[in-house]
Design a protein around this ligand. Structure first.
Ligand code: SAM
Length: 281
């Protein structure tokens, strides 16, 4: 511990509760944005250590300092396992972090389906990576409810990344069985889906429930995990879904320049701690 006495308190304090008596807090040196959209409360604060922090309905979504853990781990495991991904669907992901990672690959097109245009607008203003990605000619931005989109589209995809927020507000439907049932409509035979699945420490019950219905829909259902410093419990679960491709059947190499992901991390991520493994059934 540095033992340094914190400077005199000149900031707003943002608190995210993970239980009624514990959570995470940030001293905000600046409140950069705070408004309700028709879908959710959107805030951006500046924090001395984490830089800019995007908060939706009081829950941390992404921070400049640690965004790479989550965004790399939602994207690169599926790209390492897919033989030749050409078309990608991202559902949610309005902050652009997942899009940034997908565009590192020579894909032909990426469809980003985000329900809230205000998240796009705010993220373009405060998170430097989004604008260049939206200008990339391979990116197609669709403002729609992801649940409706997959029920109506006649497009099919090699890879789908479900970058939803927690199951609150507009995101609830993205965590339900119907959504995944419908997703199979727009998913190619050797397609792969990666979805964020919550905190193994705090949300194991909902992960177990999700595991139950996913196993009835997909032949291959593999949870994996990664540290995400600013998420509840500091460790986050993801799920790899396919009918044909196994996650440890590695087919390629990740791009240069990643800050967290590499093939060893890939293999380790699918080895689960006992409480998580035992808690799935
Ligand atoms: N990495 C974050 C996490 O794990 O909590 C999620 C990041 S991203 C900001 C989540 C995005 O999903 C938000 O921009 C939100 O507006 C969007 N979203 C929520 N429900 C949606 C829906 N039904 N269809 C499409 N986008 C949705």
């Amino acid at each position: 511990m540095s033992g340094k006495k914190p400077r005199e308190d000149v900031s707003i304090e943002f608190k995210e509760y993970h239980t009624p008596s514990s959570g995470i807090f940030f001293k905000a040196s600046k409140q950069l944005y705070k408004q309700d959209s028709p879908y959710q409360k959107i805030e951006v604060i500046e924090n001395e250590h984490f830089g800019r922090v995007l908060i939706l309905d009081g829950l941390v979504q992404t921070t400049e300092k640690d965004e790479f853990f989550y965004h790399e781990m939602l994207v690169h495991p599926v790209f390492l396992s897919h033989p030749e991904p050409r078309s990608v669907l991202i559902i949610g992901g309005g902050d652009g972090g997942v899009l940034k990672e997908v565009l590192r690959y020579p894909v032909e097109n990426v469809c980003l389906v985000e329900i809230d245009p205000q998240v796009i607008k705010v993220s373009q203003e405060y998170f430097p990576w989004l604008s260049p990605c939206l200008k990339d000619e391979r990116t197609e931005l669709i403002i729609a409810d992801g649940t409706e989109f997959i029920g109506q589209t006649n497009k099919t995809f090699d890879i789908v990344c479900v970058d939803s927020s927690e199951p609150v507000g507009p995101s609830v439907s993205l965590h339900e069985e119907d959504f995944y049932q419908n997703m199979k409509r727009c998913f190619r035979e050797d397609g792969i889906i990666a979805a964020q699945a919550g905190s193994p420490f705090y949300h194991l019950d909902s992960i177990r429930k999700k595991n139950g219905f996913l196993k009835s829909l997909f032949k291959i259902v593999n949870f994996y995990s990664s540290p995400v410093p600013t998420y509840p419990g500091g460790n986050w679960a993801f799920v790899f879904l396919s009918d044909k491709v196994h996650p440890l059947d590695i087919k390629g190499n990740p791009p240069e320049g990643l800050k967290y992901f590499n093939p060893d991390i890939h293999r380790a991520a699918f080895s689960l701690p006992n409480f998580f493994k035992d808690g799935l059934d």
